[in-house]
Design a protein around this ligand. Sequence first.
Ligand code: HEM
Length: 367
Amino acid sequence: MEYPKDPYISIHYKKYLGLEQLLSAQRLRSEDLEKPAHDEMLFIIIHQVYELWFKQIIHELESVNKMFKNDYLDERSIGTAVERLDRVIVIFELLVQQIKVLETMTPMDFLEFRSYLFPASGFQSFQFRKMEVMLGLPADQRITYNNKPYHSAFSEEERTELEMLENNGSLVKELIDWLERIPFLQFNEFSFLASYKEAVQHMIAKEQQAIRDSQFLSDKEKEMRLIMLGDTNNYFKSIFDENAHNQLVEEGTLRFSYKATISALFIKLYKDEPILQLPNLLLERLIDVEELLTVWRYRHAQMVLRMLGKKIGTGGSSGHTYLAKTAEKHHIFHDLYNLSTMMIPRGDLPELPEELRESLGFVFTKK
Ligand code: HEM
């Protein structure tokens, strides 16, 4: 697009926004084929709007990934990263809402032009894949169909870009590196992990005692509950035993390294300490993004069921069945969800040494 180089030359709204190209990019196949279908305009525009929002999300993720990429993260950047992720979250909420606009089209109206779309499909959306990869969805955990890798839909150049991002550009990877660098887990004599372990054992002992002392449970029920609590105890195994954790990483159940997991746990448990508040918000925002992406997958799958029933997709998948599986399986930050299992009540939290608490506070509030 030709653009005036002089910043003081006025520019027209239409030119600035490239409206000529944008508004002439809705070419209806049904009209070309002289079988005009009214709803094809909506179908095209809604996909274009999605692609524009995908572009904005990628823009935000690129900037966040860049902040985390260095060996040193300026703490001031965390606030900016949280703000940018907030924006991504609001956009995702909009993307979920937008499905309703599409649902004003009935299955009959869709059938007016659906046959002209083969084999085009959202499966070929490069930006959607880029977004998934930039967040950190690993290739080996993807559900595919027709025995083809997910990126077979793209040009060689696009495939190379996705592979590069997979190896070295995902937010999960940057997050793990950052978490591994976080100090405070061992502070002079204080070991966070040892104190936490003691606190968990204390908490479980209290819960066991409460069950044994209960006047409302039968002996059989008490026995059952104590067995169930034993399982809860098992949940903590991966945090107390580095080998057990590494085993889960090897199996693909977890992705964070042991050190990164302990750091994230420390942030979440002591999130009220002033300098941990933003890091905790960052972790929460990532869970929000993941949650909304899953909601979108689920809503999209439900819309497809409503629109197509059990018909196969134009891209050749099983349609709703394939999409519902992606909603169930395509998760990125499950390590963060897993931390909720490790939470203990504030009252049971090990007290931090005074010097460490001061280090986690704001300078001007220090005595
Ligand atoms: C009538 C409307 C729609 C129908 C019937 C539909 C149907 C489908 C189906 C069946 C698939 C699975 C692949 C295939 O076999 O084609 C799919 C994938 C996909 N669609 Fe849609 N879709 C619709 C609207 C949209 C819209 C508005 C978007 C927004 C960009 C979208 C984005 C996607 C994406 C990103 C995938 C790949 C999902 C994945 O593999 O995880 N779809 N769609």
